[in-house]
Design a protein around this ligand. Structure first.
Ligand SMILES: NC(=O)c1ccc[n+]([C@@H]2O[C@H](COP(=O)([O-])OP(=O)(O)OC[C@H]3O[C@@H](n4cnc5c(N)ncnc54)[C@H](O)[C@@H]3O)[C@@H](O)[C@H]2O)c1
Length: 280
């Protein structure tokens, strides 16, 4: 079993958009179950408190949360400083914040475009901006840098013909993957690994909460439709994402950097439909 005892993890977006297990909440709790001390941020106090309650119920004493908007550099810096005051170091950074807004280049407002870039890309940039110097110092002083995992989406890779369009989400998540690889190589000699988990269609509270509104669909219908689109026949869940993030954060992934781990039940590799060859 992956053992993270003695490590400190900073999880950006450690709440969940609604009650239940979002990717960030599951990741924060799984990191704690593996022995890490966990510092979580979220701009929703309620979402963060929900994660705090679970930490308490499970008996994880080394948990701290701070309400912070991770698109604001000064707030990110304050949160990083508070984590250092509380736990003394940062070994793991998880940049989990993200979410899609629909629109093509014509229909999307400039404000929505900028909002998508801020939410999906800038939050990871700012997390790295303020945590990388901490990890670099740890590497210089004790030979231990850290591991960064950014959370992306298969929405950067595949697109539905005639379906929902979300150009800014696609561009910002594709940007996040390039940002991760470039940062990984910039820090490859400094004991810091940077990887991306590329998330498929997961059954998280986000589906019921946001997508049903965006798509004007019933939750049961939407779940059935999403399940049917996946080669494995079902959506994944937040634990599938959390397991991948925790693996990439662990020493067992010590030779893995600048890569993407796709967690999607086979979606991105599959071709739509099967065309039978005519019999001779
Ligand atoms: N759920 C899916 O099906 C799915 C699919 C592909 C990718 N993803 C990716 O997974 C990641 C998170 O998924 P989730 O299920 O945890 O979503 P979530 O919305 O439940 O959790 C994200 C948390 O981030 C917080 N947050 C949002 N903006 C913030 C900001 N500026 N500052 C601080 N906190 C902020 C929210 O309050 C929320 O609690 C995202 O990057 C998303 O793009 C999810």
């Amino acid at each position: 079993m992956l053992d993270l005892t003695g490590k400190v993890a900073f999880v950006a977006g450690a709440g969940s958009v609604a009650e239940g297990w979002g990717n960030g909440r599951a990741t924060a709790v799984l990191l704690a179950r593996r022995g890490a001390k966990v510092f979580g941020t979220d701009f929703s106090g309620e979402a963060l408190a929900g994660t705090g309650t679970i930490m308490e119920q499970e008996g994880h004493k080394h948990w701290a949360g701070r309400v912070a908007d991770m698109t604001a550099s000064d707030k990110v810096k304050q949160a990083v400083d508070e984590c250092l005051e509380r736990f003394g170091r940062i070994d793991i950074l998880v940049n989990n914040i993200g979410g899609s807004a629909p629109g093509d280049p014509v229909s999307m407002s400039v404000e929505d475009w900028d909002g998508q870039m801020d939410r999906n890309l800038k939050t990871s940039f700012l997390g790295c901006k303020h945590v990388l110097p901490v990890m670099e110092r740890q590497f210089e002083e004790e030979g231990k840098g850290g591991a960064i995992v950014n959370v992306s989406s298969i929405g950067s890779m595949t697109f539905h013909v005639g379906g929902r369009v979300h150009v800014a989400y696609a561009a910002s998540k594709a940007g996040l993957e390039a940002f991760s690889r470039a940062t990984a190589i910039a820090y490859v000699r400094k004991g810091i690994r940077v990887n991306t988990v590329v998330v498929g269609m997961m059954h998280t509270p986000l589906v019921g909460h946001r997508l049903t509104k965006q798509l004007d669909a019933g939750a049961d219908d939407l779940v059935a439709k999403r399940n049917a689109m996946i080669p494995m026949g079902r959506m994944g869940d937040a634990w599938d994402v959390a397991n991948a993030v925790v693996f990439l954060s662990s020493d067992e992934a010590g030779y893995i950097t600048a890569t993407q781990l796709v967690v999607d039940g086979g979606v991105t590799a599959a071709r739509p439909g099967v065309i039978e060859a005519p019999s001779a």
